[in-house]
Design a protein. Sequence first.
Length: 67
Amino acid sequence: MNEETHRPAQPGAHVVVCARCGTAADSEYAPPTWVCSVENGRRQHFCDKCARSHIRAIEGRLDSPWW
């Protein structure tokens, strides 16, 4: 498979950041209310606030630069 494997947290691990507004999650894992999208082979996360604002574009599978 070509999917990334889930790795346990390491010291200095990166936190998840919203690709739209830059809000950081409290850990390296996205909260369950956040949306994950794969665009051009790259995984992006969007916070619940941005996801709610752009839900129609997300459900229409439009790339985030469009919205």
